[in-house]
Ligand binder design. Sequence first.
Ligand code: HAM
Length: 407
Amino acid sequence: MAEQYRALQGFKDILPEEQPYWRYVENTASRVAEQYGYRRIETPLVEETAVYRRTSGEGTDVVDKEMYSFGDRADKEGNSLSLTLRPEGTAGVVRAYLEHGMFKMAQPVKFYYLSAPMFRHDKPQAGRYREHHQFGCEALGEVDPAIDAELIGLLYQVYAQLGLQHIRVYINSIGDGTCRPQYIELLKAYYLPLLDTACDDCKVRYYKNPLRLLDCKEPQDQAKIAGAYQVPFTLDPLIVRGLDYYTRTVFEFTSEIDKVALNGGGRYDGLAEVLGGAHTPGIGFGAGVERIIQELKRQNVTPPAEAKTRVFVVYFDKTEEQKNLAVRITSELRHAGIKTEMSYGDRSRKAQMKQANSSDATYAVLIKEEDLASGAVTVRDLQAEGMDIDNKQVQVKRENLIDYFSA
Ligand code: HAM
């Protein structure tokens, strides 16, 4: 027998069972990012090594020890470029911003990337992989600390909408002038899901003067105010980040439960110049999707389930005619947007029924010899329990099947 292979150490398959978590994080993150005016960007997985070496910085672990670098095939003159698999998302986005002249657009230009694979030859351990995926945002061309606050608020909102709790925000090197907008943004992120039940004045304050939310004297809002003082926000002079390009604001969010860093980010006002552009302020963050999913599991947040199979089509006798009809009905239902399955490989009626039951389908369509002439098929409710068989089954004309299952 030939040798069997396993995925490389630190690399992971993301199996179908895991996909609802990924989709939940991706849908939530992209929805929030777009509400904040960020637009999706995808940059190549491979860049010239210099793009990362010059930005993340010689002397950092990411550059010195962890990059997957290799020589490209030589050109006709025998020259070969050094290439690197993307270890982080920021350098590529800034390179693209400069390359496409986006500094000529209205500033800031705001991007997000989603489940973007990153490669670091890190020591594999819990929550640390050699391939991981990031949701990230980058805002280029603006120095106003309001954008720092916006990004932190956006990310906080993603975690809140995912249903995560006990998230703590650590920020370093923020002057007085920036504290207030940061706080206001967090305060607004905290209040947004509570607005429906807030008093009418608070609904106006939220837009006009959010700090006044804390002054409200209405009894119904007192619990909200008490909660707002718990927006976990800590100025932490000990935060240092593992990449060289950061300049002023740096921040990390951790889960209070296990102290794991869910994301990292900050300002990188000098990065564009290093890549040959004009001085361009920038700020962003990257959040590890694997870390977010790990945290969702720890906090028992379950993502919306996958759509269930609605119909399983079963043909009773292994005749060509019945099977053809089964294939036709299956594809008609699928084209009408109804999730439909049938079994393959000419299985017996009993084996097909068994598959239908274990597929957790809501209905079975049963095709029998006598139905071929009548133009109708039997529809059995597979979820109805305890009823006798006649109450679980109805005859439905073929031309009415789509309507029957769409209802
Ligand atoms: P970073 O802190 O190196 O920053 O990575 C961001 C996040 O990616 C981490 O907080 C963590 O959630 C996740 N992460 C990093 N390494 C691994 C790993 N080996 N396994 C699993 N997850 C990991 C950056 O990459 C910056 N580009 C972030 C940024 C964007 N700063 C400004 N804009």
